[in-house]
Design a protein. Structure first.
Length: 45
């Protein structure tokens, strides 16, 4: 038997995670997560 309440709970959790990760990119410290860089990152180009 399929549990539709569990399915909707999973949909809600996934939606909240997507919203959270979108919001993190607009935080002042979000660039540390979105754009990790080091001095060797341009050598491959």
């Amino acid at each position: 038997m399929r549990r539709y309440d569990i399915d909707w709970l999973r949909v809600l959790a996934l939606g909240l995670l997507i919203i959270y990760h979108a919001i993190v990119s607009f935080q002042p410290w979000g660039y540390l997560i979105a754009f990790p860089q080091n001095e060797n990152s341009l050598e491959k180009l």
